[in-house]
Design a protein around this ligand. Structure first.
Ligand code: SF4
Ligand code: SF4
Length: 372
């Protein structure tokens, strides 16, 4: 039994996948070379379990790999609540990839349809998703490294491509692996990247990217980076927000995404700063799952930094509590930094109260905050 491209496209379209393309299962040799040439920038992602180098050869996941099917769907169909924008990457706010029903059910059904028709498949998370989609002719790249659809969401980057390796050969679509930016855009994304992670067209250093740091950092960001990371808690959309290619979609008046509006109350900054593991596992992790519950300190730390960079003094009491009570010194240090950034008499009192019970790095941080 086997399937034609048309049958797969028809089935995937009925399942709600809005664009579908096909490419070969050749290794992503150029990507391997890019990763090898920027080994220092990427080797830490291996330690974090992201396995980007392994992901460049489809045969590692499926010995009989012959083709890759790529499905693409938009993740930004409705507006996001104002309380979430600028703190959480839009790609994650309505992400139901690991929840029952929704996307995962549709995707599993597609894999089952392939299996029922004698096609073995694999869908590893560490494949180069965007490159697979461009190789399957579904879009191109921005200089900000994002994939831009040729068809969906007004040809913007607000889409997620998902590759599926299969053991049946299909005629590949014409690749569109190229930069599609207009000549007149003078690298607005690179200029707007607050941490200088975007260094040049299609060259990004993940060790400086707010998104990567928010999921995987092993320590506090350096003092120089904390203000630059702004109010982002998980992810960062800055280089997409400023892109003129995304403005046709951004300029629309869209209804608010009801799913996200319902969960927004669980994502207020004080709740994130003080949450325990049970709260995290039931309210946050199912939607934003790159950080393990064992590393909940990272969420606490990111919330504290976001509070400081909000310059909103309503957070002083919560930061004072975090400085007194959080079990992780990294979080207490960030609370001290955030109080220094907010300033004012109440923040100063909280820092002075902490000074006498602090030593080592925490004491240094409290003293620096008091000197602000
Ligand atoms: S996601 Fe944010 S930090 Fe990362 S490259 Fe884009 S603008 Fe820079
Ligand atoms: S901001 Fe300009 S250079 Fe950057 S991705 Fe968008 S169009 Fe391309």
């Amino acid at each position: 039994m086997s399937l034609t491209k048309e049958q797969i496209i028809e089935h995937a379209t009925k399942a709600g996948f809005e664009d579908i393309g096909f490419t070969t299962a050749e290794p992503f040799s150029e990507h391997q070379e890019v990763l090898a040439s920027r080994k220092k920038s990427y080797e830490w992602t291996e330690a974090a379990g992201a396995g980007l180098f392994d992901g460049t050869d489809p045969k590692r996941f499926l010995a009989g790999a012959k083709s890759i099917i790529v499905v693409v769907e938009p993740y930004y169909r409705a507006a996001f609540p104002a309380s979430m924008v600028g703190k959480f990457g839009r790609a994650y706010q309505d992400d139901d990839r690991i929840l029952k029903g929704g996307f995962s059910e549709r995707f599993t059904d597609l894999l089952k349809y392939l299996a029922d028709n004698g096609i073995e498949s694999a869908a590893p998370f560490n494949m180069p998703h965007r490159l697979s989609a461009a190789r399957a002719g579904l879009g191109d790249f921005g200089k900000n490294c994002f994939f831009y659809s040729h068809k969906l969401a007004r040809q913007s980057s607000w889409v997620i491509p998902l590759p599926i390796i299969v053991d049946q050969e299909f005629a590949p679509d014409e690749p569109t692996v190229e930069v599609g930016c207009p000549e007149w855009c003078k690298n607005a994304c690179i200029a707007a990247c607050p941490t200088a992670a975007l260094k040049a067209p299609r060259k990004m250093d993940p060790r400086k990217c707010i998104a990567y740091l928010s999921y995987y950092a092993t320590d506090l960001p350096s003092p120089d980076m904390r203000e630059r990371m702004g109010t982002w808690v998980y992810g960062c959309d800055r280089c997409q927000d400023v892109c003129p290619r995304n403005q046709p979609w951004l300029a629309q008046e869209l209804p608010v995404n009801e799913n996200v509006a319902l969960k927004a109350e669980h994502f207020d900054l004080p709740s994130l700063l003080h949450m325990d593991r049970a709260y995290f596992e039931s309210n946050v992790w199912p939607h934003m799952f790159y950080t393990s519950p064992d590393d909940i300190w990272r969420w606490h730390m990111n919330a504290a930094r976001s509070m400081g960079n909000s310059l909103d003094t309503k957070y002083v009491a919560d930061l004072g509590r975090g400085l007194r009570e959080n079990a992780d010194e990294r979080v207490r240090r960030m609370c001290a930094w955030a109080l220094g950034r907010l300033g004012g008499a109440q923040a100063k009192a909280a820092l002075e109260g902490a000074l006498e019970r602090s030593d080592g790095k925490l004491r240094d941080e409290v003293e620096s905050a008091l000197a602000c």
